[in-house]
Design a protein around this ligand. Structure first.
Ligand code: OGA
Ligand code: NI
Length: 342
């Protein structure tokens, strides 16, 4: 527990050595521009025919950026606010209240930890604490969630179901847009939902540390709520750009598995999180993914329709996760393992 950044950050005046990244990976002092053209897609159908237009916007953004924001998404603002409040209350409880959830075992279905998945093996740690738990189906997992704050299970339960439904709605649009079979994302590929609450305390020197290392999400699709505090950055054309927080919007991120299913048509963007010296940042991330035995491969319909060769061989999710760990989450290096050269 004493390793949690929140346990000690306000006792240090400089960044401890084991949080200082080498020059080639640290953020440095360069000013990072905002990704100005990052699409903000309004999901509300106002007149008949809008749906097709929205699908095209989603597809185009997924192809060009691998990431977009959505507004009028149907998840109520009060629920988002309550969920953020729960996250803040959870992380701000005294350590004794959270100690039973703290664990170094990545297999635990609900756990509180700090930095990345393997603190002991990494040489440099990242500046964040995490509460991670499985969600779907709710009744299978909710008993492993925190008992405190007292409304946690109630609020996060509702939030996880609503955000899952939103993920499935967006996937259905992608399915239609790509012309995949009805139900393509119906079961196996979207069986697993994981929720991650991240806490990035203020950091004395954000130019040296990172909140999360450069990575691509190793899932199907991610829905992130980043509140009002900047920190998320994406790599585009070899340069970092900030993703500007938009009130009540969700950031939608195409996962690496979806990139493979779409045979590289959709992009999965490399992103990272930087810290700031002034305010704590809290984010809530929902990942939709699959079980370790599921086979991932480019959709056959797509290959036939476009008369093109598969860019990736079929692989099990287990194999993928292993490659992903070996390459410390880096998207391109991980997918290279499965690429068919030619
Ligand atoms: C993640 C992630 C972004 C953030 O958890 O994979 O990219 O802003 N989070 O917390
Ligand atoms: Ni991510």
């Amino acid at each position: 527990m004493e390793k949690l950044v929140s346990s000690w950050y306000n006792t240090v005046k400089s960044v401890p050595q084991d949080y200082v990244f080498p020059e080639d990976t640290r953020p440095g002092d360069k000013i990072v521009p905002i990704l100005e053209n990052c699409p903000i897609i309004d999901l509300e159908e106002k007149v008949p025919g809008d749906r097709n237009d929205i699908i095209q916007q989603v597809l185009q953004a997924s192809q060009e950026y691998g990431l977009f924001q959505v507004i009028n998404h149907g998840v109520c603002g009060d629920l988002i606010k309550d969920t953020m409040r729960m996250a803040k209350e959870f992380f701000n409880m005294p350590n004794e209240e959270k100690a039973s959830l703290y664990s170094l075992d990545p297999q635990k279905s609900c756990r509180l930890y700090t930095s990345s998945f393997d603190y002991a093996k990494e040489s440099i740690h990242v500046w964040r604490d995490v509460l991670k738990h499985r969600c779907h189906p709710l009744e299978d997992w909710v008993d492993s969630w925190p008992k405190k704050p007292s409304k946690y299970r109630d609020v996060l339960g509702t939030y996880s179901v609503e955000v899952r439904n939103l993920s499935l709605r967006i996937l259905e649009m992608i399915r239609e847009g790509l012309d995949l079979k009805p139900g393509y994302f119906g079961d196996e590929l979207t069986d697993v939902q994981t929720l991650l609450l991240s806490h990035y305390p203020p950091c004395p020197d954000p130019s040296l540390a990172l909140g999360i290392l450069k990575h691509c999400d190793p899932y199907i699709i991610t829905i992130l709520y980043q509140g009002n505090t900047c920190g998320l950055q994406v790599m585009k054309d070899g340069q970092w750009f900030g993703v500007k927080p938009v009130a009540n919007a969700f950031v939608v991120n195409i996962g690496q598995l979806l990139k493979v299913v779409s045979n590289g048509k959709l992009e999965s963007v490399e992103h990272r999180v930087v810290t700031n010296s002034k305010v704590p940042r809290y984010t809530i991330t929902s990942f939709i993914g699959t079980c370790s035995d599921t086979v991932i491969e480019p959709a056959k319909v797509l290959l036939e329709k476009d008369d093109c060769r598969p860019l990736y061989r079929a692989f099990s999710y287990k194999e993928f996760l292993q490659a992903n760990q070996e390459h410390r989450g880096e998207g391109e290096a991980t997918l290279k393992v499965f690429k068919i050269e030619g």
